[in-house]
Ligand binder design. Structure first.
Ligand code: SF4
Length: 57
């Protein structure tokens, strides 16, 4: 499972574009992964230059 570190997110949106199932949403200019929708594909992790996407378990 992946999470986005809110302290690192700079609202570029690359993860949102990369996610094939639209599991990432913007809330107050920060990206969030909707856990119920995430398929754990890892596509969002390498595209984040800020390294805000982290595997949590
Ligand atoms: S791991 Fe895959 S499905 Fe989950 S949020 Fe990232 S790109 Fe979307």
């Amino acid at each position: 499972m992946f999470e986005i570190d809110q302290a690192k997110c700079v609202n570029v949106g690359d993860c949102i574009t990369a996610c094939p199932v639209a599991a990432i949403v913007l809330k107050q200019d920060k990206a969030f992964i909707v856990a119920e929708d995430c398929t754990d594909c890892a596509a969002c992790e390498p595209v984040c230059d800020a390294k805000a996407v982290q595997r949590v378990h």
